[in-house]
Every structure is written in C-alpha cells, then in structure tokens.
Design a protein around this ligand. Structure first.
Ligand code: G3P
Length: 214
C-alpha cells in the first residue's frame, strides 16, 4: 500500500515526509487555493523537492487543447509530476494523448466503476475514486473500490487504484484489505493512523516503571 498525503500545505508535506512512510502527494485546485498558492510552478517545484515520489498536479482547463497545453507544462516541472485530469470526455481524450506521449496521469473525480474502466482503457497511470463524497450522499464509497479492484483484476489493467476523499482510518484499513494500490489522506488522517491509546498508556508505564528503578 502506497501512502500519499492529500494537501498543498508545505509544512504538512514536510512533517509527513519526515516519518519515512510517504510515497507521494496529491493536490487539487481547492487545496491549492486553500493555501493561497498563486505561483503554481514554484509550489510544485518545492513539493517535488520534498517528496521524490509521485506528485499529482491538476489541470484547470476542461477542453482537450487546454488540458493538453497545461498538462505538458506541468509535466515539465519535475520528473515525478503526474498530471491530474478530470474524468470527462475531453479529459479521457487528453489522457490517451498523454499516455501515448509517456506523460503520467491521475484521472480524478471518479464516482463509478464504468468511469474507472474508461480511464484504464484511455491509458491512465492512476484512477482516483472519491469514496468520502459517495459516503456523504449515502452511497457506499468502499463498494466502489471493491468493484474497481475486481474489474481491474478481471482484465489485467495496470492502472493503479488510488483511494481518494478518505475521511478516517477505517477507509485506509478497508482499502488495504481490498488490495487498492494507493491511499491519499489529509494530514489529520495520517496522524490518526499512528495514534493508539494503548500505545500511549503502555509507553507511559514503561517509562515510569523504569524511573522507579533508578
Ligand atoms: O484530492 C481529491 C480528494 O481526496 C478530495 O477529498 O475530502 O475534498 O472529498 P475531499
């Protein structure tokens, strides 16, 4: 299981990278705007310096020509940039072109297994199903992951399944059990994966017992 952080906050990326468990970063226009990043190129250069693994940079354009222009520019920033493209008709066309040019893609805003099949057929490097947003509308997000894992296995698609819109540690655990390739999580959820009350209680007791013996 690869662990990505879903943020454009440089301090959070640095902190998560320092744990030695971080495989990549995903961003989106909302996350970039939240941090107030205006110089997109400089921000991605900085992120790619912190994290040598996959860094997803999303296009803003929604037409084929615009996506291609933006995606080619983004892909030039660093060798580890993966161009994030929305799962729309123009996006699929662009993913096919990028795939033929050897540019890696992360197809985002996937909410159905049929969309995931099309992304794989277009040559996507990564597919990003959004599970939390499905849960939000009372549809079982994890079921989508189960279905995509099964379908990709049936046909031997090499597109990696990145579970996105993760809201809590059980989304991560269930993704691991289903055999998804990557989970991208907010900094808060990465912290929650580490924490366990029995670890804290146990450590406190070890230290106090040792001190009593001094
Ligand atoms: O970056 C894509 C995805 O992870 C967004 O999550 O919490 O905005 O649904 P969320």
């Amino acid at each position: 299981m690869k662990i990505f952080i879903d943020t454009a906050n440089l301090n959070e990326i640095r902190e998560a990278a320092s744990y030695g468990i971080l495989d990549g970063v995903t961003t989106n226009p909302s996350l970039m705007a939240k941090e107030g990043h205006k110089d997109i190129r400089k921000t991605y250069e900085e992120i790619c310096k912190i994290v040598p693994g996959s860094v997803s940079a999303e296009v803003i354009a929604t037409d084929y020509e615009g996506i291609i222009k933006e995606g080619r520019e983004l892909s030039q920033i660093a060798p580890n940039i993966v161009v994030k493209v929305p799962l729309i008709r123009e996006g699929l066309k662009a993913v096919r072109t990028f795939s033929d040019e050897g540019i890696k893609t992360n197809v985002t805003l996937c909410f159905s297994p049929s969309q995931a099949v099309l992304a794989a057929k277009a040559g996507a490097t990564i597919i990003s199903p959004f599970i939390g947003r499905l849960d939000d509308i009372s549809q079982p997000g994890m079921m989508l992951i189960e279905q995509i894992v099964q379908i990709y296995s049936n046909y031997g698609y090499s597109t990696e399944i990145l579970v996105a819109s993760i809201r809590h540690p059980m989304h991560f655990v269930e993704s691991c059990l289903l055999g998804a390739d990557i989970c991208t999580m907010p900094f808060k959820v990465i912290q929650q994966l580490v924490n366990h009350p029995l670890t804290d209680i146990g450590l406190e007791k070890f230290i106090s017992d040792w001190k009593k013996n001094q």
